[in-house]
Write a protein that binds this ligand. Structure first.
Ligand code: DNO
Length: 357
């Protein structure tokens, strides 16, 4: 496994040299975060991001993410043009990031993460839940979501990520409610079949991120939620480019998911792993915690052992950390707790490898 760290580009308060100082940290996870999903990625900008990363002795290892346009998820007649834009960005990622050996000598295909979540990406109800030790965490409370009407003018949740204005968002929510999950699955399959040949040719592994949280919200279908969904995705196309971004914290937010056994079952399809812990406090309510097994509901050692014994050798990143030691910045994406988490993961991997010998 190769340790990686998400970096938000020049706007990120965490400088690349700090990332480089984390022991064993060589891989960076980044993207052109501001490109409209209807547009292809500009090659020159991606190339200059790569150079910046390599100047600091790091490697641009994973793209997270290329967004999928809503027209594709909704199956609108305009979807083919939007898929073409996605494919153009994939080709750019393959060409610009493909021959990656300069920084670290690694030859593994570039990984491109994406998700098929309607309207919202990840969703939280609180970005600064204060813990008894003074640190803060991201938090999701289903009761609060249930009490929120996405059509109200006052609709506001601090931890939701959407590109849309209020009216556009309400219109989309309505359309997805009408669409339902089976149609969404069909649109997903249509998309996959159109992008996989391009990914293969570009030398890129695609990796689907699960829906976070892994259940429907606001009556909108969410489909990448559990082992059955991952089996269905794998069954849609045998291509090695049809991969999974295994987000332990996302799957683990639902007590119905047995995360270590999912890691074991899908190790051969996992192209990228997000490893973080959560603490469930209700059926659909959870707080994000430090990475250590003792702080949350997930057995992180068992997850890492399953990945290692399943032969997973790809990039892994610590995921949302708490904000600690007075750090300010992007909630979930501070330096300190993610750096601590990465070292814990490093120890778990070392131990898992030693046990397997
Ligand atoms: C949240 C992230 C997600 C993820 C995308 C991948 O912090 O894990 O936003 O990057 O869903 O497409």
């Amino acid at each position: 496994m190769q340790l990686t760290f998400r970096w938000y580009g020049e706007a990120d308060p965490i400088p690349l040299p700090y990332i480089r100082q984390i022991p064993a940290m060589r891989g960076v996870v980044a993207a052109l975060y501001d490109v409209d999903p209807a547009e292809p990625w500009p090659r020159a900008r991606l190339a200059s991001m790569r150079s910046r990363i390599e100047e600091h002795g790091l490697e641009f290892r994973v793209v997270e993410s290329i967004p999928v346009h809503e027209d594709v998820k909704l199956g609108l007649p305009s979807r083919d043009g939007r898929i073409e834009a996605f494919n153009a960005s994939l080709r750019v990622a393959g060409e610009v990031l493909g021959p990656r050996s300069r920084a670290t000598g690694s030859e593994a295909p570039v990984v491109v993460t994406y998700n098929f979540m309607p309207v919202f990406d990840w969703l939280r109800t609180d970005l600064v839940l204060r813990n008894p030790d003074g640190s803060t965490s991201l938090y999701y409370d289903q009761d609060r979501v249930d009490a929120t009407d996405p059509f109200e003018d006052s609709f506001d949740l601090p931890g939701w990520l959407t590109r849309y204005g209020r009216d556009e968002q309400a219109r989309l929510v309505e359309r997805y409610r009408e669409l339902g999950s089976e149609e969404l699955w069909k649109n997903y399959e249509y998309f996959l079949k159109a992008v996989l040949p391009v990914a293969e040719k570009a030398g890129v592994f695609l990796a689907v991120h699960p829906d976070d949280p892994p259940w429907p919200v606001f009556g909108i279908p969410r489909i990448v939620t559990d082992a059955a969904a991952l089996r269905r995705i794998a069954g849609m196309a045998p291509s090695p480019a049809n991969g999974i971004c295994f987000c332990a914290g996302t799957f683990g937010s639902s007590a119905d998911n047995d995360v270590p056994s999912m890691a074991a079952e899908f190790a051969g399809r996992i192209r990228f792993a997000h490893l973080r812990n959560i603490r469930r406090s209700g059926r659909r309510t959870f707080a994000e915690t430090a990475h250590w097994t003792g702080s949350g509901s997930l057995d992180m050692g068992a997850i890492v052992r399953a990945l290692v014994s399943g032969g997973f050798e790809g990039p892994v990143r610590p995921d949302h950390g708490r904000m600690i030691w007075g750090e300010e910045g992007k909630p979930g994406y501070g330096l300190y707790d993610r750096a601590l988490g990465s070292q814990y993961l490093l120890g778990l991997v070392e131990q898992a490898r030693a046990t397997l010998k």
